[in-house]
Design a protein. Structure first.
Length: 253
């Protein structure tokens, strides 16, 4: 897939019009349409900015953008101790251009779902820094119980987390934030997946200073904050996005 086709495809996947994408990267709408049609080639810096906004940066290494999570979490809950880095501020500016956040970096009323969706797409669960996959078997609740008994800080997220907030569907992929992945894996007797393996799994993601903020306890299980669970579900796989919609109370067709 060449750059023009890649940008065009990703823009549509992200649900953006050419005008909205142009606003996000501060160029004229005609610039975006000319790039997508192959009439002009963007500079490296502009191409990098466009693809970063769309969640697929140049030289993609498999790492999600935690700054997008930080920007979204702080926009939704100003009481969180989120450090505003230049990268976080860049996301605020992008979202401000399309009316998702105000001049203070807070979410605009009625735009919560759009903000969570875009943050989730920029920080997909499969790309989180330091994430480790293990063979499928134990449920997220089994792992959480083992970690609780071992005194290991954790927070369940994804579809299993969504079900704790609002029961809706079965668990597809156990994902938990943990303070120490190695200790957590040993405590829950998890077996590592081989390199390059696919299919069902259990994933542990190290605390990143943002995603684990605002944890709560539901039915004796520690779960990530509601907005983080929704963000993660939007950045998940299979039917996780539907789980996010249900938790937000959106109508599903």
């Amino acid at each position: 897939m060449d750059l023009a086709e890649r940008i065009s495809t990703l823009r549509r996947v992200n649900g953006l019009s050419a005008r909205q994408l142009a606003a996000l990267v501060d160029v004229a709408p005609t610039t975006v349409t000319r790039i997508e049609s192959g009439v002009v080639s963007p500079s490296f810096d502009l191409a990098q900015e466009i693809l970063a906004v769309l969640g697929e940066p140049i030289g993609f290494t498999g790492v999600a953008d935690i700054a997008a999570i930080a920007a979204a979490r702080s926009a939704l809950d100003s009481s969180l101790a989120v450090t505003v880095t230049p990268e976080v501020e860049a996301w605020r500016l992008r979202w401000g251009r399309i009316g998702l956040v105000d001049e203070m970096g807070q979410v605009v009323a009625g735009k919560e779902a759009d903000l969570l969706f875009r943050a989730g797409r920029a920080a997909r669960l499969t790309r989180r820094p330091g994430a480790v996959d293990f063979k499928a078997g134990p449920s997220a609740y089994d792992v959480a119980e083992a970690l609780g008994k071992a005194g290991i800080e954790h927070a369940l997220t994804g579809d299993a987390g969504a079900n704790l907030y609002r029961s809706s569907a079965g668990e597809a992929w156990p994902v938990l934030y943990v303070e120490d992945a190695a200790r957590a894996a040993a405590a829950a007797s998890l077996v590592p997946k081989g390199p390059g393996s696919f299919g069902m799994r259990v994933t542990l993601i190290p605390f990143d200073g943002v995603s684990e903020l605002g944890r709560t306890v539901i039915n004796d299980i520690t779960v990530a904050a509601r907005d983080q669970v929704i963000l993660d579900a939007y950045g998940g796989i299979d039917r996780m996005a539907e789980q996010a919609d249900i938790l937000l109370g959106l109508e599903l067709e």
